[in-house]
Design a binder for this molecule. Sequence first.
Ligand code: GAP
Length: 483
Amino acid sequence: MAIISAFQADDRGSNPRTRSIMQKEKEQDLMQKVISLCKRRGFVFPASEIYGGFANSYTYGPYGVTLKNNIKKLWWKKFVEDREDIVGIDGPIILHPRVWEASGHIGGFNDALVDCKKCNKRFRADHLVEDATGKDMEGKLSEMKNILDEKVDCPNCKKRDWTDVRNFNLMFATKTNAVAGEEEQIAYLRPETAGAIFIEFKNVVDSTRVKIPFGIAQIGKAFRNEIVAGNFIFRLREFEQMEIEYFIKPDADWETLFEKWLSLQEEFAMELGAKKEKLRRLEHPREKLSHYSRKTVDIEFDYPFGGFKELFGLAHRGDFDLTQHAKFSGEKLEYLDPETNTKYTPHVLEPTFGLDRSILASLLSAYAEEEVNGEMRTVMKFPKKIAPVQVAVFPLLKNKPELVQKAREIFLELKKDFVCEFDDNGNVGKRYRRQDEIGTPYCVTLDFESLEDSSVTVRDRDSMKQERIKISELTEYFKKSLK
Ligand code: GAP
């Protein structure tokens, strides 16, 4: 693919052949366990399920949406609020269609697809060819067709009868103009959030005190008509990105900045719980870079479906985007340097973070099974700052009103400062297991002794250690331990 292709992840993994069958089985098992926990505990549901499901789309359930919001908050704090050089925006999903002409998406944001004439299944032609030959035939449609005819059977029905290989644009088109009699105009759901950032460059410079180098950040939905079924929430048609365009002087020491951004991206992945050894950098080879890009690196995560694949990306995009939007809009998108009083078109570094892949990486990293007193417990060891529930409060017994009432008082008090849950269902052991699966760092149990000594038992999710804490000291205790 021409312009954006270098960013496209590949679901087939880095080197599937080197993974042993046992390892693959173990990984598939982990994936199935995480998917099933997500459904059972309300993190992620298959969307439109009562209608039989809808490919590549999922709903974040009550705990999933909280986890997602916590990750967004963490990102926004780290990259916007804690910095003096980055500001945020929130642009529309449907932008002027010329934006995507200027960015090259209308002409170049394509996948090479082919259909099996026997079973009508559709495939990524480049994937089939690469699997069969090990060759990357990017953009060479007729060569791909020849190879398919010569060597490749349909993975579904095992016959060999292919249509021509055609380019399909990944953007979702929609129509605007609701006035009767007026011609409808084609518009697109944005395929990335970056477009909305570039076109607000001038407004941000004119309305704030940003000075180069500075960044503009945005979190929001993006849409791509992906045909490859996508490993749970790894590849979706509708997903969220957290992106920054970081504008620099054309003659800046971009390599040092590039390295800093990569480190920050890895640091963020580790804040989500990813272990260092589960991350790696993959630099795109020179011949695959777009003409304007000096360097592009993917931060990859070791997913259980075939190995390392893209989690985040970082690209040096030169002045391509601002120059293109200036050309297509007729607006000058330059920066007047207050120190030198000269005007120039800034260059840009683009750190991009997939939110859904961040969630997936955090779910996979958190999942653990441990044997406790001869029984297995499943526990989601989320970093405390992204755990969907921070504290769960239990009365020891449901049928003792004095315990329930006091436990609810504690719950209502803690709720003012923390995300809390009250649970009096089943026995305490079962409640612990449930909170372990949600990933709640602390459980508070109020028992008969509590009525005497005004203390409760606080149980730590990871160590399972229990300690008695004075009710009056609980807020301070959690403020410290959840920090
Ligand atoms: N503006 C640059 C850009 O959009 P990209 O690599 O195409 O680059 C950025 O996308 C990030 O968005 C990826 O690193 C990935 O985390 C996420 N992403 C891309 N396509 C996705 C999809 N279909 N489903 C879920 N996440 C996706």
